[in-house]
Design a protein around this ligand. Structure first.
Ligand SMILES: Nc1nc2c(ncn2[C@@H]2O[C@H](COP(=O)(O)OP(=O)(O)OP(=O)(O)O)[C@@H](O)[C@H]2O)c(=O)[nH]1
Ligand SMILES: [Mg+2]
Length: 445
């Protein structure tokens, strides 16, 4: 294993930056560039030491630093590590990194520190991914869920399920050894019960995936309706910003506009789109195509109609298109009176005067269900897919027990379920998958 180094802090103006070094030669490489009162190898672990970093070839001073030493295995990566705190800004940390490379370290790949932490058993793959989630957290709630999984809550649940599956496998082995029907029967009842419990537990985790996804990636709210009903005015009201152009001319909005807001800790991405109608020009046509495309990916559609006029054929045509999706009907311009008798459950608002906006927020909040935030564990598609696959195997095994299939066959399904969960926590995961996951990390993490 070679020794890696990287700048762990983002570039730019700031008080301090940090350069990290990890690997079997971290201390020796540090010594080649560090000048202080003590040699690095004599630092007691976990203590800070003041000194200078010098160019190993010329002896030129590069920065005044503080160095912290960790001895393997008591470090983030599980290897010998140095954390060199340099002055902030672009140059000091870069010069220190260059000196370390000259002294024998190699530039770290993105996520390589975390990958080593995983290889050395400091964390599993789910925890590594949660670390990335924490860094990328857009809201407090995202950070809470990420931290929970970083400290191992999801991993623990998965490992417990896997242990129970192992018990089932052992029971099946036992049944295989006995041919006496009386002996086999009670064990089969027990196996069936365990499998049922496990599939129930996995189902509950999977059910919350959609909200976990919305928490991590943001809920996508798309505003649609015919031209001039006040979509852009509503968009601006939701964002509390005059971002979209509003005019009394139908067909004002052409491009898809987007903006982030936060509702109860959930990041929410709001899209304003072109009013839907038979397009009049080339630009509008493209705009409408784009609007339709973004509608397809909506978690929630806000279907807007103009309440100051009667409902039209055009409104109904658009409604027919979106009614199968999760939607809210918004009867806008209510400050001008409401002439729409249809849609008794529609939300009457005025995007202009903000009347009724509170109720709209409430309705969106209901869909996000923030009270159950604490139960969200699944926030990655990878986790969701693995759990679904494991569930299929477990259900197949359940069926096998019910139908009295041979123990070998049932044992196969249970084994596959176990292996799927092992790959979820990263114990048997291919290099390509690991490469892909870690490539999303920052350098220095
Ligand atoms: N009185 C009143 N006027 C509104 C309200 N909402 C929007 N308007 C007006 O309706 C007109 C159209 O508003 P926009 O927000 O541009 O409508 P749009 O649906 O985005 O229109 P397109 O982009 O052309 O599809 C503007 O003159 C707005 O000021 C409202 O709640 N009350
Ligand atoms: Mg508009």
């Amino acid at each position: 294993m070679d020794t890696i180094a990287a700048i762990a802090t983002p570039p730019g103006r700031g008080a301090i930056s940090m350069v990290r070094v990890s690997g079997p030669h971290a201390l020796q490489i540090g010594e080649r560039v560090f000048e202080g009162r003590k040699r690095i190898r004599d630092f007691p672990p976990g203590t800070f030491h003041h000194g200078f970093i010098l160019d190993p070839d010329t002896g030129r001073k590069l920065d005044e630093v503080v160095v912290l030493v960790y001895h393997a295995p008591h470090s983030f990566t599980g290897e010998d590590m140095l954390e060199i705190t340099t002055h902030g800004g672009l140059i000091p940390a870069r010069r220190v990194l260059r000196a370390l490379i000259k002294a024998g370290a190699r530039m770290a790949e993105p996520g390589e520190f975390t990958r080593r932490a995983m290889l050395n058993g400091k964390m599993d793959l789910i925890q590594a991914e949660s670390l990335l989630d924490l860094i990328d957290a857009k809201t407090e709630a995202c950070a809470d869920v990420a931290l929970k999984n970083l400290t191992g809550e999801l991993s623990e649940r998965i490992k417990k399920i896997r242990e129970k599956l192992l018990e089932v496998s052992m029971e099946l082995e036992l049944s295989l050894d006995f041919t006496d029907q009386d002996l086999i029967f009670p064990s089969h009842e027990k196996i069936k019960k365990t499998l049922e419990e496990l599939s129930q537990e996995i189902k509950e985790m999977i059910e919350r995936w959609n909200r976990g996804r919305m928490l991590m990636e943001g809920m996508r709210i798309v505003i649609t309706g015919k031209p001039n009903v006040g979509k852009s005015t509503l968009f601006n009201a939701l964002l509390s910003e005059e971002k979209a152009i509003v005019t009394e001319e139908p067909g004002t909005t052409r491009d898809v506009l987007e903006g982030w807001i936060e509702i109860e800790g959930f990041p929410v991405k709001v899209f304003d789109t072109a009013g839907l109608r038979p397009a009049e020009g080339k630009v509008e046509k493209i705009g409408i195509e784009r609007a339709k495309r973004v509608l397809e990916s909506a978690d929630l559609v806000l279907f807007v109609v103009d309440g100051s006029q009667e409902l039209s054929q055009e409104d109904m045509e658009i409604y027919e298109e979106i009614k199968e999706k999760q939607h809210l009907i918004i009867i806008n311009k209510c400050d001008l009176g409401c002439r729409i008798k249809e849609f008794p459950g529609g939300l009457r608002i005025s995007a202009l005067t903000h009347e009724g906006m509170d109720r709209l927020h409430e309705e969106i909040k209901k869909l996000l269900n923030p009270e159950e935030l604490g139960d969200i564990l699944i926030t990655h598609e990878r986790h969701y897919n693995a759990l679904r696959t494991a569930l299929q195997y477990i259900e197949e095994a359940e069926k096998g027990v019910e139908e009295g299939r041979g123990e070998e066959l049932i044992a196969e399904d249970v084994k596959f379920a176990r292996e799927t969960l092992s790959s979820l926590v990263g114990e048997i995961t291919s290099e390509e998958i690991l490469d892909e996951i870690f490539s999303n990390f920052c350098i220095g993490k």
